[in-house]
Design a protein around this ligand. Structure first.
Ligand SMILES: C[S@@+](CC[C@H](N)C(=O)[O-])C[C@H]1O[C@@H](n2cnc3c(N)ncnc32)[C@H](O)[C@@H]1O
Length: 522
């Protein structure tokens, strides 16, 4: 496979591992409802995705992202964040001295690469990612995705018709579409069956309208389908006598689809249609109840079916009547609903880490209302002026206007778990720390219901304990030993100090890990 190279690659290829782990702080006043499992996070998605890891590693079924397209057009306030001071500062910090030599494509790759790596870690084994992009970075994105997800997991490029009217003053061509690039975390190939599978899409009323019941068949509506086929076989080339007495043969070079015996069986079963006058070339009656109860998704998505940019703007204006341009580049709700419909089952979690106006949250809630589903969403938005006042506000207004029966928690990214002296941040509580420790030890998420006192959880025959009740009080001593569960399992115990001799620890199969030095960095 050809390798993708750009200035700054070396600095960012493993940058996802260096991102500090930050704590999350819930903001009750900006949330809607109590204890919703939907989440809207304010912060740079690099840090936000990292902070989500101990809670959601391999738990996300579907990711949709709509990152900056890198058009170079400075007027795109929200969509071209590569020139925003925050991203510039980040690139300067990570890429260092090379930053002056970076072209805008280098910068874009530096931005997207570590984020895609974290997104992949969050996806379930049978998960999938959909990425909106246009010509500016489509090629680079495809190469980066081939490297990170593996080219064998590429599913398709979807063409989305984003507008209706061609631009007659376009210098070359009028650009009418965006791409949506789709990769599975793992595709079902070479006998592997644990990967992502697509759902069929619901049949539309327009498609069903082609089915009628021209002869009042009690089996329901049907449509005539060709009895002749082009792959010629002499054994199914025979004359047919219509009920009116007319003799019909297949067209030249064609034969019938079924054998003579099968045809006669079908006539008896009233599955052949000769027209109202009973003298037409026969066709097969294809009953709606017999066809696949859904449609295989195609790679071209038309505006009539999933909406376009204009529809998206209308939707957001409908919710922000008090503002002329609440958000410049939203996507239509129907587009995201199509992705959800194809990608997931009821109860799955969706993530959008370039949330903008929060269309993904709106779409999840809307589909849940439509089909009684219980899907959940996580949205991340970096811009201070957008996260609360547009992303969260849009979802909040949609909940009210369309009577959705769910809410969301609004979170800010808080301080890093390790402060500048390498110590655990003082505001970190037991539950937050336990979640992090369990995750770094096991690479799985903690089940909070199973925390019993200091016993944080069990994994692969190891019991994990945390002693963390305040500064200078976290000691592994004899009194603590008496309290721990008797089991054959090895025990890993985190504390500031240990006053027990090594031979006793060995006798009880205990490994002491000192906070903060032996807390792993993820
Ligand atoms: C094109 S918009 C997304 C629009 C969205 N799909 C919608 O329907 O409204 C991209 C958004 O990503 C945000 N963004 C850019 N870089 C980000 C980052 N590093 N972390 C989080 N959000 C970011 C921008 O502020 C912008 O709101």
């Amino acid at each position: 496979m050809p390798t993708l190279n750009w200035i700054g690659k070396e600095a960012v290829v493993n940058h996802d591992k260096e991102v500090p782990f930050k704590l999350l702080r819930k903001v009750k006043s900006a949330s809607v409802g109590e204890n919703s499992q939907n989440l809207i996070m304010h912060g740079d998605n690099l840090e936000a995705l990292k902070a989500l890891m101990p809670f959601y590693v391999e738990k996300i079924k579907c990711i949709y992202i709509d990152p900056p397209y890198n058009t170079g057009n400075e007027k795109w306030v929200y969509n071209d964040k590569l020139n925003s001071p925050k991203v510039k500062k980040w690139i300067g910090k990570v890429v260092g001295n090379e930053k002056e030599d970076l072209s805008r494509h280098d910068k874009w790759l530096c931005m997207i690469y570590p984020r895609l790596k974290l997104l992949k870690d969050l996806l379930k084994e049978d998960g999938v990612i959909f990425i909106s992009i246009d010509d500016n970075e489509h090629c680079n994105l495809k190469h980066a995705m081939d490297e990170i997800f593996g080219e064998e997991n590429f599913v398709c490029n979807i063409i989305w018709q984003k507008k209706y009217s061609p631009q007659n003053d376009a210098k070359y061509f009028s650009n009418m579409h965006d791409f949506i690039v789709v990769y599975a975390k793992k595709k079902n190939t070479n006998g592997y069956i644990g990967g992502w599978t697509r759902n069929l899409m619901n049949r539309s009323e327009k498609q069903n309208a082609r089915y009628k019941n021209l002869d009042d068949d009690p089996r329901g509506i049907w449509k005539p389908s060709d009895l002749s086929v082009k792959t010629y076989s002499a054994s199914t080339d025979y004359p047919i006598k219509t009920p009116s007495g007319r003799i019909v043969n297949p067209p030249a070079g064609y034969c019938w689809r079924v054998t003579k015996e099968k045809f006669e069986e079908m006539v008896k079963d009233n599955r052949i249609w000769f027209g109202k006058e009973k003298s037409n070339v026969p066709s097969i009656k294809r009953f709606l109840s017999d066809v696949q109860q859904g449609i295989v998704p195609s790679t071209i998505w038309f505006r009539e079916d999933v909406g376009d940019n204009q529809e998206a703007s209308k939707e957001i204006k409908e919710l922000f009547k008090d503002s002329d341009f609440p958000f410049e580049t939203p996507k239509p709700v129907r587009l995201i609903k199509r992705i959800i419909e194809i990608a997931s089952q009821n109860g799955d979690i969706f993530l959008d880490s370039f949330a903008g106006s929060g269309t993904t949250g709106h779409a999840v809630l809307d589909l849940n209302k439509e089909d009684g589903g219980n899907r959940k969403f996580i949205l991340v938005e970096m811009e201070d002026k957008v996260a609360k006042d547009i992303t969260a506000e849009r979802v909040k207004r949609a909940i009210k206007k369309y009577d959705y029966k769910d809410g969301f928690e609004y979170c800010e990214l808080d301080k890093p778990l390790f402060n500048e002296h390498g110590n655990i941040e003082g505001t970190c509580d037991f539950s937050q720390f336990a979640t992090y420790i369990y995750f770094t030890e096991t690479q799985t998420n903690i089940d909070k219901k199973k925390i019993k006192g200091n016993l944080v959880g069990e994994y692969n025959n190891v019991d994990y304990y945390l002693i963390y009740k305040g500064k200078n009080k976290n000691v592994l001593d004899k009194a603590f030993l008496k309290k721990i569960k008797k089991s054959e399992n090895k025990k890993v115990i985190y504390a500031d100090w240990c006053s027990i001799d090594d031979d006793i620890l060995e006798k009880y199969n205990i490994e002491f890990k000192q906070i903060p030095y032996e807390v792993k960095v993820y």
